[in-house]
Design a protein. Structure first.
Length: 232
């Protein structure tokens, strides 16, 4: 008798509020699944798309290395057929700078000076490239202090709420920056002396940059899984 009553109860019309809640839950689950699939598809497309517009993206702190970045672009340009991205020369692309960094450049060269890692958009560029698996080459000037524990611990407090909101609107979270800094701190940087350096010394550094920028699709794909796991 109890079983009959249970079946009968199950066959009875559900309250409207319960049915509505179930429908909304299903819609939310489907929307969440579609969003996850869309994000995954975008990442795969960006990783595998056959041709990137730029050979190198030069990431730098303008006040600390603006002139140096232009000099490096001049020296590097002789080694590549595709253009080198320098934001002051490509101002029409500034609204897409994160996508350019991560998915539209073969490699990202970071000119590290004393404040580079603390500048919000430099940090975003580094994180975007790291998470996407884009080859990142570090070039350290004399005043660079390194990826210190103190700096990494301070990342949640050194930028304003407006800056953090701008990061999030570009798809970058502080956790991505932390993962990038932790992952890159063990990388050997190419040392670049500025004071008293000769043109020949800088040309030698450029040759080292070009050598390190060489990467294969296989190496890129092998890094993406672990880096996405770290950052996401």
């Amino acid at each position: 008798q109890i079983e009959v009553l249970g079946v009968a109860a199950a066959l009875m019309p559900q309250p409207e509020s319960t049915a509505t809640a179930q429908i909304l839950l299903c819609i939310a689950l489907v929307a969440s699944l579609l969003a996850m699939l869309g994000l995954a598809a975008t990442k795969v497309y960006n990783t595998l798309r056959p041709s990137r517009e730029y050979s190198i993206f030069l990431s730098h702190h303008k006040a600390g290395a603006g002139v140096l970045a232009r000099w490096m672009k001049m020296l590097l340009s002789s080694h590549y057929s595709k253009p080198i991205f320098l934001d002051s020369d490509d101002i029409e692309k500034l609204d897409k700078i994160i996508d350019t960094t991560a998915h539209n450049s073969d490699a990202v060269v970071v000119l590290l000076t004393s404040q580079t890692l603390e500048r919000v958009w430099c940090a975003a560029e580094i994180a975007a490239a790291y998470v996407a698996g884009t080859k990142t080459v570090l070039v350290a000037c004399e005043d660079f202090q390194g990826f210190t524990d103190k700096l990494i611990a301070s990342l949640h407090s050194i930028w304003s709420e407006d800056q953090l909101a701008a990061l999030r609107s570009s798809g970058i979270e502080v956790s991505h920056i932390e993962a990038a800094y932790q992952g890159l701190r063990g990388e050997d940087a190419i040392l670049l002396k500025r004071e008293g350096a000769t043109v020949a010394a800088h040309e030698g550094a450029v040759v080292s940059i070009v050598e390190r920028c060489g990467t294969s699709l296989g190496k890129m794909l092998s890094k993406i899984g672990s880096r996405m796991t770290q950052a996401w």
